[in-house]
Design a protein around this ligand. Sequence first.
Ligand code: ATP
Ligand code: MG
Length: 298
Amino acid sequence: DDEPLRAAAQAACSGLSRNRAELEVRRQASRGELTILRATVRHLPGERAAALVVVEDVTQQRMADESRNAFVAQTTHELRTPLTNIRLYVEALVDEGDDPAVRSKCLNVINTESRRLERIVGDMLSVAEIEAGAMKLHVAEARLDGVFEELEADYRALAQDKEIALAFELPPKLPALEVDRDKLMLALHNLLGNALKYTPAGGRVTVRVADDGPALRVDVVDSGIGIKPEEQELVFERFYRAKDKRIAGITGSGIGLALARQVVRLHGGDIGVRSEIDKGSTFTLTIPKPEAAARAAA
Ligand code: ATP
Ligand code: MG
């Protein structure tokens, strides 16, 4: 029932058109699902009038292309803010760097902003690695002591700006894990970044670390907007953002959680969520401890 496709098939049949024709057919089902088909039509030489029509379902491919484009546009946009800040504060430093207070403020901002740049670029590279199916871990025994201090340092100012009470609850001693520290950091950054992003001012975000089983467990608990039950699994899909009016004004490309889960699963762990709309969300990350450590603890 597709007019252009029928016309192309007829033209090919009758031999009027001897070239290969390629058409795209878009179908929106009543439930709103979009299907994109690619049809290739060519004349079949011979005595009888005949055409060969090949129809392929390219929906997944097209959607992936579109989200990749959106992701590139979004991240490029996100690179600008830290870059602008770095430039402004370098200028201030050049002009007023003699004043120690100004100097330390400027260096602080430049430090934070360049780390933000590094994270964005890191995320982009990881997306490329995942797409190529080539994400590799550089595993080494890592002490976790510094990890949570670094996180706190990176988010303290943001939490203060948003008037969110940010707390860390750590066990007295953190275990050593066999992990890719940078990748684990990426996952934790995404979880904590989300918690602060999707929690309105006046809320609370707690990072709770427990070391009492075969795995290290990190709960990132927020008192934010929450996620509807039917979307709680979907938010881990690449490029998925909740259909919640309140996130419309919050920047993001929907890649963070997909990346974080991928990274943690490569470590043999997982990330899950419990959430209630308007009450808040708890994202739980687990990383198995090395067997030796588990045996020593037993
Ligand atoms: P980015 O790629 O910059 O991380 P993002 O934050 O939109 O963008 P994800 O981190 O993958 O992407 O999260 C996907 C979606 O899950 C979000 O758009 C949001 O709708 C929902 N979400 C994630 N974390 C929370 C949270 N703590 N509270 C409420 N909703 C959340
Ligand atoms: Mg995110």
